[in-house]
Design a protein around this ligand. Structure first.
Ligand SMILES: Nc1nc2c(c(=O)[nH]1)N[C@H]1C(S)=C(S)[C@@H](COP(=O)(O)OP(=O)(O)OC[C@H]3O[C@@H](n4cnc5c(=O)[nH]c(N)nc54)[C@H](O)[C@@H]3O)O[C@H]1N2
Ligand SMILES: Nc1nc2c(c(=O)[nH]1)N[C@H]1C(S)=C(S)[C@@H](COP(=O)(O)OP(=O)(O)OC[C@H]3O[C@@H](n4cnc5c(=O)[nH]c(N)nc54)[C@H](O)[C@@H]3O)O[C@H]1N2
Ligand SMILES: [Mo]
Length: 551
């Protein structure tokens, strides 16, 4: 979101899901939507059935790549090298949308000069993707009537995730593939409501509606509504919190709906720091590994189908959720726990109902002002921004960039010069293989919510390895191996996967009670977004010694 906000001024995807169906070229870059975003991928499949072309940029031949017209299997962390090469090819082939660039962007000349060194040959050498595939993607994207560029964690979970995003925005600016129906930039969000969390100000530098914490005028509105003085300083994001724990500056933590003991990179460090806190409070619907460490557990918060409210999905669409079941036992809604705590702390918070909470947001966040409960019901959901009750904005953002009148066009979108930087942890003789981690369709994050489910097709944690590396190391499919990084080691059965290129291994993090994969990952972090480099660690894989006869 930081990257998109830098270029376009708004930290949200530019298009709606439905628009994928109107695209004639779709690029899924570091996104395995077939497994992780099946609803969105359904729209992609509709487009493919209608003749659209799909390009997938992923080090693995993922489930999504299996549907691709062309799969670009690049080396982990070489995305900027690839996008710069694509940009140079677009420029050299005369495929730049010069009208759009002249009207709506800044910094083209400097950017064009910066990618000049990225010939197809150099691109191939650095990324491992054949030059003809890079050329094909460049031409298809630039000449499409409407092209969608979608990305997820393969782009953002790197030490330079923001630069990765900026490098993809550059491609859209170069070709005018943004601000029109069907064309756009689509970052797919994680949970059903992670966008909503951001909208509501669950970010260290933002108030609800993405208003800056450091903006005096914005804060004044909240001070008046809430009857408190909102602190004017930005807070810490997740990885900065762990650094602050290490420095002893953060002594007390309140976790709501997260399981950091198992989801943080460099898990052993994370657990040590959580264990060393003076006070840890966890509010969760399950007794997680993090909750087991807590001084206070606020249990039994009601799950999503047992409470009312809204969620905002990746296409910025706010939808109501309604209570379908009564919560079990004494379980309470999260909001009741939070308002109850506020009252204990001496603030007289009370709301008549969920609509009352929503109306407070509408008073404070201009981009939500037009979304009354009634309209949300009638329309079945509304995308932000929605400034007034009589307006409905177009389904995509930044159409203004195409306006004939310069005043209407407003702020231009800047190109960004971005420099290729390999992952923080280099491969070495001791740790010669690249480990990337990610998801499978049938499990969810740290497994808290999907752990109980079993089916004959479901496999637990595995170390996925290419046939070439397995052969070289004498590892058979299903054999238990030891995987070690500079931070820790785990054991897991090997799974020989022909979709992996030599040098690359893959694990999920869905079964941490059996195999704690985050003991291996590195917590190198992008300072701009606070996202850890879950996608690139250096590891070694060893066969376990054969059991001694008679054991
Ligand atoms: N079934 C299921 N769905 C989920 C989730 C789940 O756990 N299970 N989790 C949800 C959450 S929280 C999120 S954030 C999303 C994540 O959704 P995705 O980001 O799509 O899922 P991942 O598998 O983490 O990573 C996507 C791909 O990035 C690739 N990749 C790794 N390194 C690189 C690289 O250097 N460059 C490029 N280009 N690609 C790379 C991986 O091979 C992988 O296929 O999924 C959400 N949906
Ligand atoms: N190795 C590796 N590690 C990763 C990643 C990776 O790709 N690789 N991805 C990272 C990413 S993108 C993410 S998002 C994180 C996910 O990391 P986490 O968010 O820590 O993992 P989850 O398992 O989704 O935990 C969510 C918790 O919320 C609780 N919960 C669900 N609904 C409610 C509710 O209504 N109220 C309350 N109070 N609690 C509720 C669940 O019971 C669960 O304990 O993992 C990160 N870690
Ligand atoms: Mo996520």
């Amino acid at each position: 979101m930081v990257g998109l906000a830098t270029v376009f001024g708004a930290g949200g995807g530019t298009s709606s899901y439905q628009e994928a169906e109107a695209a004639d070229v779709i690029v899924m870059w570091g996104s395995n939507a077939r497994s992780a975003h099946p609803i969105f991928f359904h729209h992609v499949l509709t487009a493919l059935n209608a003749g659209a072309k799909l390009y997938v940029v992923d080090p693995r031949r993922s489930e999504t790549a299996r549907f691709a017209d062309r799969w670009l299997g690049l080396d982990v962390g070489s995305d900027i090298a690839l996008s710069n090469t694509i940009a140079r090819e677009i420029i050299e082939a005369g495929l730049v949308d010069t009208t759009f660039v002249d009207r709506a962007t800044t910094g083209f000349d400097e950017y064009a000069a910066s990618v000049q060194e990225w010939t197809l040959e150099r691109g191939e050498a650095v990324t491992g993707v054949p030059a003809d595939a890079i050329r094909e993607l460049a031409h298809a994207y630039a000449t499409a009537d409407a092209a969608q560029l979608c990305w997820t964690l393969g782009i953002t979970e790197h030490h330079n995730g923001v630069d990765n995003v900026l490098s993809l925005c550059n491609l859209a600016l170069l070709t005018g593939q943004v601000g029109r129906y069907g064309a756009g930039l689509t970052p797919l969000r994680g949970q059903n409501n992670v966008q909503g969390g951001g909208d509501m100000g669950a970010l260290p530098n933002k108030l609800p509606g993405f208003q800056d914490v450091t903006d005096d005028a914005a804060r004044a509105k909240f001070d008046a509504e809430w009857g408190v003085a909102v602190p004017p300083e930005n807070g810490w994001h997740l990885t900065q919190m762990f650094d602050a724990m290490e420095r002893g500056e953060l002594r007390s933590v309140f976790v709501i709906g997260e399981n950091p003991a198992q989801s943080e990179a460099d898990g052993r460090r994370a657990v040590e720091l959580l264990a060393g806190l003076d006070h840890l409070v966890v509010q969760d619907i399950h007794l997680t590994k993090t909750a087991e460490m807590a001084d206070v557990v606020l249990p039994g918060s009601a799950s999503w189908c047992e409470s009312d409210g809204t969620v905002t999905n990746s296409e910025r669409r706010v939808q109501r959720v309604r209570k379908a079941l009564e919560p079990p036992g004494d379980a309470c809604d999260d909001i009741d726990i939070i308002t109850g705590l506020a009252r204990e702390l001496g603030h007289d918070w009370h709301y008549e109902d969920h609509e009352g909470i929503w109306d407070e947001l509408r008073r404070l966040s201009p981009m939500h002002a037009g979304m009354s409960w009634q309209r949300l019901d009638e329309l079945g959901g509304i995308q932000w921004p929605c400034f007034s009750e009589d307006s409905l904005e177009p389904p995509f953002l930044h159409g203004r960039l195409w306006a004939d009148d310069p005043a209407e066009r407003g702020r231009r979108a800047p190109f960004s010069v971005v420099v290729d930087e390999p992952p923080v942890e280099h491969l070495s003789e001791d740790y010669p293989l690249r480990l990337t981690t990610g998801r499978r369709l049938d499990s969810y994050n740290t497994g808290v919510q999907s752990g109980g489910y079993s089916s004959p097709n479901r496999i637990g944690e595995t170390l996925d390895i290419s046939p070439a590396d397995a052969g070289r190391l004498g590892i058979a499919d299903g054999e238990i191996v030891r995987v070690a990084s500079a931070r820790g080691a785990v054991e897991a059965p090997a799974r020989v996967d022909p979709g992996l290129r030599p040098g690359l291994v893959f694990m999920t993090f869905h079964f941490p009670d059996d195999v704690d994969v985050n003991r291996l990952t590195i917590d190198a972090t992008d300072p701009k977004a606070g996202t850890a480099e879950f996608k690139a660690a250096a590891v070694r894989v060893d066969k376990l010694p054969a059991p001694v006869a008679g054991d």
